[in-house]
Design a protein around this ligand. Sequence first.
Ligand SMILES: [Zn+2]
Length: 60
Amino acid sequence: MTGRARQSVQLGEPVRDPEPATGCDVCEALAQQRVAAYAVGNRSKVSDCNVEIRRHPHRK
Ligand SMILES: [Zn+2]
């Protein structure tokens, strides 16, 4: 028993990422960058994109 499996919840359980706002070019571009970052395993870039998407202001 290593105890490692319980601590790393990321494997097999995707973290919920923020949704880009529909019709927002900036958010869509960020979402594409996030996909590319996932593809190369660049998790710090992924979280950068998530932060940008979350903070991008939109009026309802
Ligand atoms: Zn946006």
